[in-house]
Ligand binder design. Structure first.
Ligand code: PEP
Ligand code: MN
Length: 353
């Protein structure tokens, strides 16, 4: 159910409607829009009896939302969601979902302080706003490198301070979620955890942006339902990320499904990034697919960059070299205006010493 408030509804009227909904045992989600506020109603306690909701002052209409996902749907919020990152410490203002493309770059895993700093220096110089790096790695083999853990989180916090790059890193379970939420600017939930509903619900209780990667075999509806899990707990800052799905094709690690971009944009207001690294698994395919992703209209790119990919502890074959990253930025900067976008290239803050 969705309550559409009148354009001139006051904050007190909105508050009163929310209280009425909660009093009925449901959850109210006020969603401010450019023209008017809408209030999403969720709850699993059976059919919603609209009672005299329509008579409350400030209410324009009460609509039934027929889609399985509600808060993630464009039916509930017409305008695109833009996740804002205000200027903080050495990090300049940034956004995901607006006119500016968001670029998230860095190694698959944080391996050493030197490795992470060297890569951060390159990606910051090329103008990225976000630095990625795994501290906790979901690996297919239990014998493979599992990540440096808290040490990696500390290294990334230093990188944020030094280069003004915001940190995106993955939480793999309920324990690591708490730590990641404390240290990171954006919490990544990986493909393998897209349907870890208890993790999604916990991430929904936080008030930090969550980057949700599409599961290896997830349909669009399943993907949006996972976003809904996070939003249903009150965290509306969800960023979707297409990272390829399993198909019979074996020329790439996964099949990067760029056709999901317009489909998501039609059905949902949430921003969507594309990860051409996991999406192809092949270094040579990363740049062409990044260009295609921007041309298709995504809100940004998440890409793995490594200074010595041949020695990387994870995902070396799909990690691009720093000079390829510079080329990618140059090319995306040229493609962006064709699709009414802009690639902001953020200058690196000067060192104090
Ligand atoms: C990653 O970003 O390094 C990662 C593990 O991604 P995914 O969950 O998409 O496999
Ligand atoms: Mn990886």
């Amino acid at each position: 159910m969705l309550v559409v408030m009148k354009a001139q509804a006051t904050p007190e009227q909105i508050q009163a409607v929310c209280e009425y909904i909660e009093h009925l045992g449901f959850r109210a989600h006020p969603l401010p829009g450019a023209q008017r506020t809408a209030i999403g109603i969720t709850g699993n306690q059976g059919e919603f009896d609209r009672g005299n909701l329509e008579e409350l002052s400030g209410v324009a209409e009460v609509i039934r939302v027929s889609k399985a996902y509600k808060l993630a749907s464009r039916d509930v919020k017409e305008e695109d969601t833009i996740i804002q990152f205000p200027q903080h410490g050495s990090c300049p203002e940034a956004s995901i979902g607006g006119r500016d493309l968001a670029i998230v770059a860095g190694p698959c895993s944080i391996e050493t302080r030197d490795q992470a700093f060297e890569i951060a220096e390159y990606v910051a110089a090329a103008g990225a706003q976000f630095f990625r790096g795994g501290a906790y790695k979901p690996r297919t083999s239990p014998y493979a490198f599992q990540g440096l853990g808290i040490e990696a989180l500390r290294i990334m916090a230093e990188i944020r301070e030094r280069y003004g790059l915001r940190i995106v890193t993955e939480a793999i379970d309920n324990e690591t979620l708490e730590l990641v939420a404390e240290w990171a600017d954006v919490i990544q939930i990986g493909a393998r955890n897209m349907q870890n509903f208890s993790l999604l619900k916990r991430a929904g209780k936080l008030r930090k942006p969550v980057l949700l990667k599409r599961g290896l075999s997830a349909t669009l509806e399943e993907f949006l339902m996972s976003a809904e899990y996070i939003m249903s707990e009150g965290n509306y800052q969800v960023i979707l990320c297409e990272r390829g799905v399993r198909t019979f094709a074996d020329h790439t690690r996964n099949t990067l499904d760029l056709s999901i971009i317009p489909a998501v944009q039609r059905l949902s207001h949430l921003p969507i990034l594309v990860d051409p690294s996991h999406g192809t698994g092949k270094r040579d395919s990363v740049l062409p697919m990044a260009r295609a992703a921007v041309a298709t209209g995504c809100d940004g790119i998440l890409v793995e960059v490594h200074n010595h990919p041949e020695k990387a502890l994870s995902d070396g074959p799909q990690s691009i070299y720093p000079d390829q990253f510079v080329r990618m930025m140059d090319e995306l900067e040229q493609i962006a205006p064709v699709v009414s976008r802009r690639l902001p290239r953020v200058p690196v803050p000067a060192t104090a010493d």
